[in-house]
Structures are given as structure tokens and as C-alpha cells.
Design a protein around this ligand. Structure first.
Ligand code: HEC
Length: 239
């Protein structure tokens, strides 16, 4: 689904690239979702005060992400690693996987501390750091957002808020994203949003009972498994 945000001068060459950019954006969003899912699944291990070395090395993490992404999308990223990808989408995917690995690598000293329970390395913090690294590497933006955002950096902008409302409509096909040609700061960008749903490992922090504090000391939203939590928002520079 493509929306053109009131752009009178939208170039046709630019618009012609939209389907390709949509595929790229979908892959990137899915890879960030996989990284966040692996982070969510390992919160218990990572926040175990009895354990020192958690064995959650960037390599171990990366293998799990590649497996999760393969299971969800049918695409195997193993072949990409170590190769020199020629196409733009593969280059970006590899850069994102590297950004995710670097975020986990930098967190190792904290993650491997013994005697400390909550380490603060939630899926959201992982996602934020990964997004910063990805921006530095590629100039492309990845953001996680929600109507019920906890951190102001994740606050939806106008397009994101409108799209999140559409995702929340009854009858919205589960998992269906929205792409749009837009302008940000005078530059043409391709925007894409992929809805994110609550899975079992998210419930300890975002589930019921609503208002109870999670391990991060924040109020749980009272979500149930399968409910819409928010979205991954992608901004690609126009080709
Ligand atoms: C260990 C607790 C914890 C777990 C598990 C967890 N989250 Fe979060 N989540 C947080 C915290 C804390 C924030 C606030 C953002 C920050 O700290 O920067 C957050 C923020 C978010 C945001 C960004 C919007 C906002 O509130 O700022 C999304 C989207 C999100 N979580 C989705 C999920 C999903 C989906 C899962 C499961 C795959 C999950 N979270 C698992 C603690 C958690």
C-alpha cells in the first residue's frame, strides 16, 4: 500500500522506485524485529544476577537473529555474511546486521556483570542503539514507535501517528505495512511502517496487570499476546 503525502512534484522516476524501496524497507524492518525478538527472549538470562558470563556473545546473538529472520521471512542471511553484496538491499541488510551485532558487542561488559539483576539492555534500548549505528553507517533511519510510547525519542511523528491509527483499525490485515513517498527536511524520502505485535517474551514488561511495575521500574501497559504494540518505522533516502 503506497501513500503519496501531498507531493505535487513527486518525480515519476522516484515513484517508480517505490516498489523496490518497499521491499528493502520490509526486509530491514523484519531484521530489526528479529533482533528485538532475540533480545526479548533472552531478558531472563541477561538479567540473572547469579551468572557472570552469559555466553551471549555477538556471534551467538547474530546466529539466533539469522535463524529467527530465516524462520519468519524464508531468507537466509548467512550467504550475505562474508560476501560483498552488490545490490543495495543486501548492503543495507548486512549493515543492519552489523549494527545489531555492534550494539550487543558494546553491551558485553554490562551484560556479563555478576550480582546485578536488571541491566537496562531491553529490546527497546537495543533497537535505539542499533538505529543510531545504522544511521551512521548508511544515512538511513530506523525507529521503533508506539501510540503508547514510554520514551519520548520513540514518539510518533504525524505520519507515524496516522499510520499507527490505521494499524489499530479493526479489520486491518495483520502484519500489513504502509509505504509512502514523503519529504523530510526538504529531502525526498521513502517511508515505510511495519506493525509490531506483542509476543510472549514481551509480556513481562508490557503485559498484565496494567499499572504494575516491570523489571525496568516502568508501568506495564496491560497488553495481551497478539495485540498491536507499535511499529518499526523506516526512512530511506530517495534513489
Ligand atoms: C525487559 C523489559 C521489556 C521487554 C521484555 C520488552 N520491552 Fe518494550 N520497552 C521496554 C522499555 C523500558 C521501553 C521504553 C523505551 C526505552 O527505555 O527507551 C520499551 C519500549 C518499547 C517500544 C517503543 C515505544 C516506547 O514505548 O517507547 C516498543 C515498540 C516496544 N517496547 C515493543 C516491545 C515488544 C514488541 C517486545 C517483545 C518482543 C518488548 N517491547 C519487550 C521494556 C521492555
Amino acid at each position: 500500500m503506497l501513500v503519496v503525502l501531498g507531493l505535487l512534484g513527486a518525480g515519476t522516476a522516484w515513484a517508480a522506485k517505490a516498489p523496490e524501496q518497499e521491499t528493502t524497507a520490509q526486509k530491514l524492518a523484519a531484521l530489526l524485529v528479529s533482533g528485538r525478538a532475540v533480545m526479548a527472549e533472552h531478558q531472563k538470562l541477561l538479567n540473572d544476577p547469579e551468572k557472570g558470563d552469559k555466553g551471549f556473545s555477538p556471534q551467538v546473538f547474530s546466529d539466533k537473529v539469522v535463524a529467527d529472520y530465516l524462520a519468519k521471512t524464508g531468507n537466509d542471511l548467512k550467504a550475505l555474511k562474508g560476501a560483498k553484496p552488490a545490490d543495495e538491499a543486501s548492503k543495507l541488510l548486512l549493515a543492519l546486521l552489523e549494527a545489531e551485532e555492534e550494539a550487543v558487542s558494546e553491551a558485553q561488559p554490562v551484560l556479563n556483570l555478576k550480582g546485578m539483576a536488571f541491566k537496562g539492555f531491553t529490546p527497546a534500548v537495543f533497537g535505539l542503539r542499533t538505529g543510531e549505528k545504522f544511521l551512521q553507517k548508511t544515512g538511513m533511519r530506523l525507529k521503533q514507535t508506539s501510540l503508547l510510547y514510554r520514551n519520548a525519542v520513540n514518539k510518533p511523528d504525524t505520519f507515524e501517528e496516522a499510520t499507527l491509527r490505521r494499524f489499530a483499525e479493526t479489520g486491518w490485515e495483520k502484519g500489513k505495512g504502509v509505504g509512502a513517498l514523503s519529504e523530510e527536511g526538504g529531502k525526498r524520502v521513502y517511508r515505510y511502517m511495519m506493525p509490531v505485535y506483542i509476543a510472549k517474551p514481551c509480556l513481562s514488561c508490557h503485559g498484565e496487570p496494567k499499572g504494575e511495575l516491570d523489571i525496568a521500574g516502568r508501568k506495564k501497559e496491560g497488553y495481551r499476546e497478539g495485540e498491536l504494540r507499535g511499529a518499526i518505522s523506516v526512512m530511506l533516502k530517495a534513489p
